[in-house]
Design a protein around this ligand. Structure first.
Ligand code: NAP
Length: 250
């Protein structure tokens, strides 16, 4: 495809986008931005009131599901229909010191942050291949994939695993024209971010290491996700793309 200036103006007209964890936080901003770029959005989350308000805001389709349940994850992906753009964003973080990390928290984290992405992506990518669609998938990972954060044993492990899953997916799906990338944000003060970083003793040193001297906003992540999903990023594949204001350079 020849890249024209118009290719760089993101337009997802006639493309159907599935966003998981779209009820709150980063996923919600991704859904709203995709809608702004004319995508037909299918939003998945597990709190009905969040989905209702998102429906009222952007007129999207919604699916209420707990993706930690493998059968529900499969059903959700099947129900979503013919998807061209997939954003695997839903995740949890349960803060526990390594020595106190429970089996329940470990299993719940892996079920939502990793297994659900495997299942949803298998269903969606298989359908893309059947339809001959050069789709794009973005997995929302974290800087926690690169950095060992205290109290985040399960979370860090799940995100490092997700980056590797992204690469294997990219290698196997690339020949079908399907691109798969991760984004790895720094702190964003969503409900998840606030739980971990509001305490100045934890958030302060983190902020001090970011050359831009601010945490990320949801739209900082949403704009990069939309770019990666777009044809303008046609040669980007298998990335773990840091959105960290330069944190890891310091
Ligand atoms: P958030 O504010 O906690 O929002 C997460 C969303 O995902 C919520 O709508 C939540 O629904 C949904 N969700 C969680 N588990 C689900 C499940 N089992 N099934 C369906 N939906 C589920 O989190 P966030 O900060 O926006 O995080 C979004 C993504 O960014 C995650 O992948 C996270 O790991 C990543 N990230 C976040 C930060 C940060 O500092 N915030 C930094 C780097 C990466 P309910 O509220 O109804 O449970």
């Amino acid at each position: 495809m020849k890249l024209e200036p118009s290719t760089l103006q993101i337009d997802f007209k006639n493309r159907r986008a599935l966003v998981t964890g779209a009820g709150k936080g980063i996923g919600r901003d991704i859904a709203v931005m995709l809608h702004g770029f004319n995508a037909q959005v299918v939003a998945v989350s597990r709190t009905e009131s969040d989905l209702k308000s998102l429906r009222e805001e952007i007129g999207c389709e919604t699916i209420l599901a707990d993706l930690g349940d493998p059968a529900a994850a499969r059903r959700t992906a099947e129900q979503a229909g013919d998807i061209d753009l997939l954003v695997n964003n839903a995740a949890i973080s349960i803060l526990q010191p390594f020595l106190k990390t429970t089996i329940e928290a470990w299993d719940a984290t892996m079920a939502i942050n990793l297994r659900a992405i495997l299942i949803v992506s298998q269903v969606i990518a298989s359908r893309m291949i059947e339809r001959g669609v050069a789709g794009s998938i973005v997995n929302v990972s974290s800087m926690a994939a690169f950095q060992a954060l205290p109290d985040h044993a399960a979370y860090c492990t799940s995100k490092a695993g997700l980056d590797q899953l992204t690469k294997v997916m990219a290698v196997e799906l690339g020949p079908y024209g399907i691109r798969v990338n991760s984004v790895n944000p720094t702190v964003v003060m969503t409900e998840m971010g606030k739980r971990a970083w509001t305490d100045p003793a934890k958030g302060g040193p983190m902020l001090a290491r970011i050359p831009l001297r601010r945490f990320a906003e949801c739209e900082d992540i949403a704009s990069v996700v939309c770019f990666l999903l777009s044809d303008a990023a046609g040669m980007l594949n298998a990335l773990a793309l840091r959105i960290d204001g330069g944190f890891l350079a310091t």
